[in-house]
Design a protein around this ligand. Structure first.
Ligand code: TPP
Ligand code: NAG
Ligand code: NAG
Ligand code: MG
Length: 568
């Protein structure tokens, strides 16, 4: 038993503060000056997932925040470690996910003299964080830790940064002082107060929705992080209004729901007259809410936790507040004044008809076994293998261009927060970090990644991390030999002194990605036919061990499916 005069250092004090805040997982790369911090955290029961690169660890931390609602923690060294970590912070900012980066920094007295890995880290993180703080003394640590965590999850979630200089990491206080600092900081934590929507505004929304002839509900990952799935289901089923999820909103209501307008997206957004947008931004992914994709007379009801978002978009009606709580009030008020469009409502019928038509056309394409593989045949086989698993559904991770686009329309999401993809920025390189975060956050679920070979390559070394922690992750690589696939240059581009270099889009043909994971003791599969793919999926899904399936795809397949919406 430690007596009251035992001293503890900042490393342990940070770990204690994190543990008090309920943090139980951390992601990062260690080294001077943060190795002890990681070790102390582990000793206190915080699992530390050690990565090869802070970029992947940062992506993992941001996705962990999204999946659990508690900020994901990224630990890095100073200078270059912090710079690599900016990828994670920017990802948290752009997707609205709670995360905290904690970096060591150089000795305060040597700053400005070219100290080891010296960088003004507070300045470097500035564009990507909601809040940052440097603990200039051990006494500031508890307060700083609670502040970054509380800011990261308040309002619209995002990234925050805590800087701890190496001289501070070496300071000590007595155990009793430490406990007092923790207690004081804890009691001064601010309870966030989220503005709640007024009944007046709700009444306006209801009257607008009632008068609508072609209403539509759109929801995104803001609704997912608010865990508004129950309220969305009630709203959709009570009113009979068709719905459209954004890519990561998929699964809040099952894709198989009869009011899902996903397969009739163009019709739904092109013809709706009132659109209730819940936790989704009218950014490029939703065509800015403007013609020609949307009708020029559409009236938007925007439900968003961020008042700034409503000021920016200037919707017909803005409801500021948490999605779950706002919808709860909306549902309650509708109950007194019930209405339901019903299946034979012309708008619902138009959407249902269009959905059936598009699904039939897609299924006819999917039914063919095309070998060498196009994108559709292996995607159908993967979809069916995932469906056969039932519940709990696996968490699907996806990145790539063709691979992600085709996957988004073919793969089926049945449960909330089971899809992680390239997100608002269309970021390549998130895949393996997301897989690791998902496996750590939901050990009961299998994680299945469907990745383009380029997307996979950005963070492929982290397959070693999968093996080291024995995570239940199956990574399926759609190997078409490059970015978008084979060399598609026109003759006029193939000239000049470097004309014999491979195309900027090309990788080594026949790359044996499945062998990469075998170098670390994981399981690799090479598949080129439906039977080979089916058997690799059956085996790897039931083994629940790290695996990479290298799927040989025709380098010139892709564009013919006519569904490619990626932006270069
Ligand atoms: C960080 C980042 N760098 C570069 C890009 C540009 N980019 C878009 S998709 C893509 C890769 C597409 O190739 P692949 O993952 O193999 O998918 P495919 O279309 O071949 O299925 C790249 C590099 C990006 N989106 N993000
Ligand atoms: C939907 O399809 C049915 C059956 O083909 C047809 O009778 C009906 O008119 C269609 N409704 C709309 C609104 O397009
Ligand atoms: C080792 C090996 O056979 N790799 C295969 C992986 O995928 C590529 C690209 O489709 C094939 O050409 C290779 O044969
Ligand atoms: Mg590719």
């Amino acid at each position: 038993m430690a007596d009251k005069s035992t001293v503890i250092d900042s490393n342990l004090l940070v770990a204690k503060a994190l543990a008090r805040a309920g943090i139980d997982r951390m992601f990062g790369v260690v080294g001077i000056p943060v190795t002890s911090l990681a070790n102390r955290a582990v000793a206190l029961g915080i699992r530390f997932i050690a990565f090869h690169n802070e970029q992947s660890a940062g992506y993992a931390a941001s996705a962990y925040g999204y999946l659990t609602g508690l900020p994901g923690i990224l630990l890095t060294v100073s200078g270059p470690g912090c710079v690599h970590g900016l990828a994670g912070l920017s990802n948290a900012a752009v997707n609205g996910w709670p995360m905290v980066m904690i970096s060591g920094s150089c000795d305060q007295k040597d700053f400005g003299r070219g100290d080891f890995q010296e960088l003004d880290q507070i300045a470097a993180v500035k564009p990507f964080v909601k809040f940052s703080v440097k603990a200039k003394d051990i006494k500031e640590i508890p307060n700083s830790v609670f502040s970054v965590i509380d800011h990261a999850r308040s309002g619209r979630p995002g990234g925050c940064y805590l800087d701890i200089p190496s001289d501070v990491l070496h300071q000590t206080v007595t155990e009793s002082e430490a406990n007092k600092l923790l207690d004081d900081a804890e009691s001064s934590r601010k309870i966030e107060s989220v503005k709640s929507v007024s009944i007046d505004e709700i009444a306006k929304a209801i009257s607008l929705i009632r008068k609508a002839e072609r209403p539509l509900i759109v929801f995104g990952k803001g609704a997912a992080i608010a865990r508004a799935e129950g309220e969305l289901k009630e709203l959709v089923e009570k009113t009979g209004i068709p719905f459209l999820p954004t890519p990561m909103g998929k699964g809040l209501l099952p894709d198989s729901h009869e009011l899902a307008a996903t397969a009739a997206r163009s019709l739904a957004i092109g013809k709706c007259d009132v659109a209730i947008i819940v936790g989704a931004r009218l950014n490029w992914l939703l065509h800015f809410g403007e013609p020609p994709k949307w009708s020029k007379d559409v009236k938007f009801i925007l439900v968003d936790i961020d008042e700034g978002e409503i000021e920016l978009r200037k919707p017909y009606l803005g409801l500021v507040g948490d999605a779950k709580r706002t919808l709860k009030v909306l549902n309650k008020e509708i109950k007194d004044d019930p209405f339901c469009l019903g299946r034979s409502h012309p708008w619902v019928e138009a959407i249902t008809n269009k959905t059936k038509e598009n699904v039939l056309r897609m299924e006819a394409q999917l039914a063919k076994d095309v070998v060498p593989f196009n994108f559709l045949t292996p995607m159908r086989i993967i979809r069916d293998a995932i469906s056969a698993l039932g519940s709990p559904a696996p968490i699907l991770v996806s990145e790539g261009a063709n691979t992600m686009d085709v996957g988004r329309s073919v793969l089926v999401q049945m449960e909330p927060r089971t899809r992680l993809d390239a997100g608002t920025w269309g970021t390549m390189g998130v895949g393996l970090g997301y897989c690791i975060a998902a496996a750590v956050a939901s050990p009961d679920r299998l994680v299945v990644a469907v990745e383009g070979d380029s997307g996979f390559g950005f963070s492929a070394m982290e397959v070693e991390t999968l093996v080291r922690y024995q995570l239940a992750v199956v990574v399926i690589v759609f190997n078409n030999g490059g970015v978008y696939g084979g060399d598609r240059r026109s003759a006029e581009d193939i000239t000049g002194p470097f004309k014999d270099d491979p195309a900027p889009t090309s990788f080594v043909p026949g790359a044996a990605y499945h062998v990469l994971i075998e170098a670390f003791g994981g399981k690799g599969y090479l598949v080129g036919t439906p039977d080979e793919l089916k058997s690799a999926l059956t085996e790897s899904f039931s083994a629940r061990k790290p695996a990479v399936i290298n799927v040989t795809i025709d380098p010139y397949a892709g564009a013919e499916s006519g569904r490619m919406q990626h932006k270069n």
